[in-house]
Design a binder for this molecule. Structure first.
Ligand code: FUL
Length: 505
């Protein structure tokens, strides 16, 4: 493979130079253009590659950048020991003795997580804010003598610690007498309006397809089945919310903005396409977990996966699980298999009966953060020279140097007909490497299907890692080696590869 450097640099300088505010610089640019035209520089920089398949919306792009944030499961279940409250729990059981959402926010912020999604209402129907539309809420609890509002407190704590705020409002409501009828959908929409008018911006709204059937339902104590595909009339509900909060990201199994990863164990597929075809999907549809976990290469919609997982076996706090908190090592593995495979991580941290994130959870989070900071402290490829076997139009604007310039808006790409290529990275001196991080310029679609990584060990290229898809981000743990040269081989791609970033640790 021959590694070429660009021969069009002067033309590109002229093409890329922005008009300057100062006359002196204007004159300089004028002189350069004149010199270039005299030197016979006639070659044109080719236009960027056309997008391939679906591409992310602006709000999805912003969501990708968050990478990881926290889930908070907190309700009457915390006090009854249940995971799914039946809906007949008295609001009087909700009585945290030392509730401190600022402790949650501080812990979460220090762990490097970027936001909180709060269970404003779980399946039991109990509302953490005083809702105008039900008596099954915090106003009828002893907390602050019925004057409390946990949603408000969490919202304010998020603001204070620079975190995004998100809403989980369970569609399945085992308390409400009207559940299963159109009147309940009206109730659900009223509550959404209540929340979205009171709090904003809301970065994400989370709703799931869980429906176990039986419940209290205002005393009926019976099983109620709904038609998952149609009952909630989601398009109308989502349109209503978007009018109040245009930038909100909607999560559900099937999107529309982001999808479930198909399990609650903390990983997305080794192959992870951001695309699926949503036309036949709906939240709670049986038999779709594998599809959600991997996405589909030829999917017609950009619906990236979110990995939701709890730091404990349950979603809610149970004292008997205090010694079952995930270790920092386990959280690190989850990070690599979620964020490291191009998904976002939604890590659940359930507050205890005091209303605090338990000491054991805090200790694990701190250790995990320290592990992440250590593993990804020193990017050995920052500003490293990179040569590509091919560059689009041989133009520097598309050159491999863009991979190590720390600018997410620049990228390396090849001519359209090229679906394989190689990149040679000079690390300068022998370095021990453990991880290679790659990012595609997903504004032009997800492309790469397979790649391998090789290290030059005493003049011989040794394969140290391989993976399939890249997407927003891919972190490949490689066989630890000492090397000064790394080779990235793009083995297959839907169309010409377009990569924006390369880091080595
Ligand atoms: C599921 C729910 O049934 C669980 O209780 C939990 O809230 C989890 C995040 O989503 O669908």
């Amino acid at each position: 493979m021959i590694f070429k450097t660009s021969k069009l640099t002067p033309c590109i300088v002229a093409t890329l130079s922005k008009p300057s505010k100062t006359a002196g610089i204007n004159l300089l640019i004028g002189l350069m253009l004149l010199a270039i035209s005299f030197s016979g520089c006639t070659q044109q920089v080719p236009p960027p590659p056309a997008a391939v398949g679906p591409t992310p919306t602006a709000r999805q792009l912003e969501w990708h950048k968050l990478e990881q944030y926290a889930f908070i499961h907190f309700t009457t279940n915390t006090f009854t020991g249940k995971e799914w409250g039946f809906g007949d729990e008295s609001p009087t059981v909700f009585n945290p003795t030392n509730l401190d959402p600022e402790q949650w926010a501080k812990t979460i912020q220090e762990a490097g997580l970027k936001g909180i999604i709060l269970t404003c209402k779980h399946h039991d129907g109990f509302c953490l804010w005083p809702s105008e539309y039900t008596e099954h809420d915090i106003a009828n609890s002893p907390y602050k003598n019925g004057k409390g509002n946990v949603v408000e407190e969490v919202y304010q704590a998020c603001k204070k610690y620079g975190l995004k705020f998100g809403v989980y409002l369970s569609p399945w409501d085992r308390n409400h007498p009207d559940y299963g009828t159109p009147a309940y959908v009206e109730y659900y929409r009223n509550q959404l309006k209540e929340l979205f008018h009171a709090y904003g911006p809301v970065f994400e709204m989370w709703f799931d397809g869980a429906n176990g059937g039986d419940g209290y339902y205002g005393g009926a104590n019976e099983k109620r089945k709904i038609e998952g595909a149609t009952y909630y009339d989601w398009p109308t509900t989502l349109k209503m919310i978007r009018e109040i909060e245009p930038e909100v990201i909607f999560f559900s199994d099937a999107g529309p903005d982001i999808r479930w990863c198909g399990n609650e164990r903390g990983f997305v597929g080794e192959t992870n396409w951001n695309t699926i075809s949503t036309d036949t999907l709906y939240a709670g549809k049986p038999g779709i977990t594998e599809l959600l976990n991997r996405g589909s290469e030829d999917g017609t919609n950009w619906v990236p996966a979110e990995v939701d997982v709890s730091i404990r076996p349950g979603w809610f706090y149970h004292a008997h699980e205090d010694d079952k908190v995930r270790s920092a090592e386990n959280l690190f593995k989850i990070y690599l298999e979620s964020v490291g495979r191009g998904s976002n991580l939604l890590l659940n941290l359930p507050p205890d009966r005091r209303g605090l994130i338990h000491e054991n959870d805090v200790a694990s989070l701190r250790k995990w953060k320290a592990m992440l900071d250590e593993a990804f402290a020193n990017n050995l490829a920052a500003n490293a020279p990179v040569k590509a076997s091919a560059t689009r139009g041989e133009a520097a604007v598309y050159g491999a140097q863009n991979l190590t310039d720390s600018k997410p808006e620049t990228y390396w790409t090849t001519d359209d007909n090229q679906q394989t290529a190689e990149l040679l990275v000079e690390l300068g001196q022998e370095q021990t490497i453990s991880y290679v991080l790659l990012q595609e310029y997903i504004q032009l679609g997800q492309r790469v299907k397979a790649f391998s990584l090789e290290a030059n060990i005493n003049g011989t290229w040794k394969k140290i890692g391989e993976a399939t898809t890249i997407g927003y981000k891919r972190i490949v743990p490689v066989d630890e080696v000492k090397t000064s040269q790394l080779r990235i081989r793009i083995l297959d791609s839907k169309a010409c590869p377009v990569l924006s970033n390369l880091e080595v640790y």
